[in-house]
Design a protein around this ligand. Structure first.
Ligand code: WTA
Length: 652
């Protein structure tokens, strides 16, 4: 099979211990062992009937055939109603929906479900007053402030579709998404807090909108109070928009949407330069996220749950906003970084709110490992019952550190595998059932069928090695297509092995039938749990006027999982230096966003190419990883690699 990103195989061999569920957790768990015996259709139908509230019941559980299915057809439903209104109607109005914690330490809000409803209704009425209506497309470019989930819910309430663009993305990236979806409105804020500094969201939005003719109105939340340039007639302050608007639910009823109406589009890096607009629809997405949230995190009425992701990524959509709110959960939402004002900020938050669940990414766990356990030791973390991991393979060392130092040596660590396209967790332990193996995501969630296949699409039996991870039957919260490009949807996910969803990840199933994820097998890299496209970064580099050619790959990194390595040839045979490397990094940050900056840049007079002129990225990866080189016989000029190896040794 193709090469994987795997960095952990060597590690995996070192940790043979397994961990049974704590007895009290197992005895009262939402999921018992027999959940795996359920028939997928029966399982999803039962969940759909009990977990969601329908304005009109659906008539068909699922229709269509690969790769286009519709779920819950005939049903009428509203995401906001399921997340907010019905809980207030059911007497949960006083329950806390979010303990919101701003980055400035004294900035806190306790938002009950009744508060959330009032804010959402006011925002929805405000949105209507500026021309947003059912079917509108709205781009949202914000930080982690309460107005962000309020915006998503208010748009869902009136039936407008949105795309949330991570606040760290550049104006170019924002503009690309706005134009792809032809958004008429943008919601942003003056600035967001990041380690005590202001990140200029409004300025970035202004730059983006210059190349977005579809945008008529830009709604701006005042958060940081920095100076902003104002465009009269186009910009409107959020507080002016909602001023005097009714907060009475009856003034703006939840629109009865079709199950398959578009809820949002989330853009994600693919193997080409253009990000993919992953489409999620209403009923199936709500069901998949809330059902997995309930069972994987064993949600109880008293749970205090914290998913420490950013809402600008799919993890935040599914597990800070929609999944938890459907389940009427009390969540923590935090605006800032883990080290502001000090490196114990997270543990302070957990202690103060008595959090019972923490869900984060391995890269963050490794960062805390690097800082040392003393920051966690300053706090009482004994409220924690379940720890979750997502975004990349978790190496057993980090898994054990997480359980021991954060989980007091007793909490299960659930390693959840899924993707933007999946909408929900697909492969995961269940904390009251599973015998945990550090580093393994273990089993497909009930209702999900996953198989690992070889190059020919033949299933690789348990214990017989690694291959392509595929999903063989549809699930409710799967992507429906790629926005504006259904052909690409079919090509990327369904063409290699007809009838199988191709995840792009490598995996193996061990002799016990447990799944181990091994990283990407395509041109996508996973850096700090974020997906980056090699081609997208190459294009950004070549976009610099002095760059002739660039090839991008990645290598293992102890903190970020993978680190981006760029090989760059400058025009006119010029050699690069540290200043030029910085300039190129800044250029990538400008074009894509700071997350895509190459960690290492190797200047080279030439890139290794085949005789037909194709860049041999595999060789560059071998160089980056300091491995023995693979086959070099097809190279046009074998001395090129030697030169690159010599130069790479100087840089890394
Ligand atoms: C990787 C994030 C191993 C994987 C929810 C996938 C993981 C990509 C895990 C999706 C995990 C996510 N173990 N790898 N538990 N979780 N991945 O779309 O390579 O941002 O394809 O969704 O992250 O990243 P995305």
């Amino acid at each position: 099979m193709a090469d994987t990103e795997d960095t952990n195989i060597a590690n995996l061999l070192h940790e043979a211990r397994t961990f049974a569920p704590p007895a009290d957790l197992a005895a009262n768990a939402n999921a018992k062992a027999d959940i795996y015996d359920r028939d997928p259709d029966e399982f999803w139908a039962t969940e759909a009937n009990s977990r969601l509230s329908w304005f009109t019941p659906y008539t068909t559980l699922r229709e269509g055939e690969a790769p286009h299915w519709k779920w819950f057809t005939g049903g009428k439903i509203n995401a906001c109603y399921n997340c907010v209104d019905r809980h207030v109607e059911n007497g949960l109005g006083d329950k806390v929906a979010y303990f919101w914690e701003g980055e400035p330490a004294d900035d806190k809000r306790r938002i009950t479900y009744a508060d959330l409803q009032r804010e959402v209704v006011r925002a929805a009425n405000g949105f209507k007053s500026v021309g947003i209506e059912r079917g509108s497309h709205v781009a949202v470019y914000m930080g982690m402030i309460p107005e962000l989930p309020v915006t998503m819910l208010a748009l869902a309430r009136i039936g407008a579709a949105f795309t949330v663009v991570f606040g760290g993305f550049s104006p170019d990236s924002l503009a690309g998404r706005i134009n792809d979806m032809q958004c008429t409105h943008v919601v942003t804020q003056d600035g967001s807090w990041r380690r005590g500094k202001v990140f200029d969201l409004k300025g970035n939005t202004d730059t983006a909108i210059e190349s977005c003719p579809s945008v008529v109105t830009n709604i701006v939340v005042k958060r940081t109070g920095n100076d902003v340039v104002w465009h009269d007639g186009r910009d409107i302050w959020w507080h002016d928009m909602v001023d005097g608007k009714s907060e009475d639910a009856a003034s703006c009823p939840c629109a009865p949407m079709d199950s398959e109406d578009l809820l949002f589009v989330m853009y994600s890096s693919g193997t080409t330069g253009k990000p993919k607009g992953v489409m999620h629809t209403t009923a199936g997405y709500l069901l998949g996220t809330s059902t997995t949230h309930y069972y994987v995190f064993d949600i109880k009425p008293e749970t205090v749950y914290w998913c420490a992701a950013d809402i600008g990524w799919i993890t935040g959509h599914s597990y800070i906003v929609f999944g938890p709110l459907v389940n009427a959960t009390t969540s923590i939402m935090y605006e800032g970084t883990p080290d502001f004002p000090d490196k114990d900020r997270w543990w302070d938050i957990i202690e103060r709110y008595q959090a019972t669940v923490l869900y984060t990414a391995p890269t963050t766990v490794r960062t805390h490992m690097k800082w040392g356990p003393e920051y966690a030791q300053r706090h009482d973390l004994s409220s924690l019952k379940i720890l979750g991991s997502v975004g990349e393979p978790i190496n057993p060392e980090a898994w054990i550190w997480y359980r021991d130092n954060i989980g007091g040596g007793k909490t299960p660590v659930v390693d959840t595998w899924w993707q933007t396209e999946n909408g929900m967790i697909l492969i995961t332990p269940l904390p009251g059932v599973s015998e945990l193996k550090p580093g393994a995501a273990l089993r497909p969630f009930p209702g999900i069928v996953a198989e690992v296949v070889d190059e020919q699409g033949q299933v690789i039996p348990p214990g017989a090695g690694a291959g392509y991870l595929t999903i063989t039957s549809p699930w409710p919260s799967m992507l429906r297509s790629l926005y504006g490009d259904d052909q690409r949807y079919q090509d990327v996910y369904w063409s290699k092995f007809p009838g199988r969803y191709l995840s792009g990840d490598g995996a193996r199933v061990d002799a016990d039938g447990d799944f181990w994820l091994m990283g990407r097998i395509d041109d996508v890299m996973n850096v700090s749990g974020h997906r980056l496209s090699t081609i997208e970064i190459e294009s950004a580099l070549v976009d610099h006027q002095e760059v002739a050619e660039a090839a991008v790959t990645s290598k293992p990194d102890p903190i970020t999982g993978r680190a981006v390595v760029a090989y760059v040839t400058l025009k006119g045979g010029v050699d690069g230096d540290a200043a030029k490397a910085k300039e190129l990094r800044d250029h990538v940050a400008k074009v894509i966003g700071p997350i895509a900056k190459p960690a290492h840049i190797v200047f080279t007079p030439e890139l290794p190419k085949t005789r037909s002129g194709k860049i041999m990225r595999r060789l560059l990866k071998d160089v980056a990883e300091n491995k023995t080189l693979g086959d070099t016989t097809t190279l046009a000029d074998p001395t090129v690699v030697e030169e690159i190896q010599r130069r790479a040794a100087l840089v890394v």
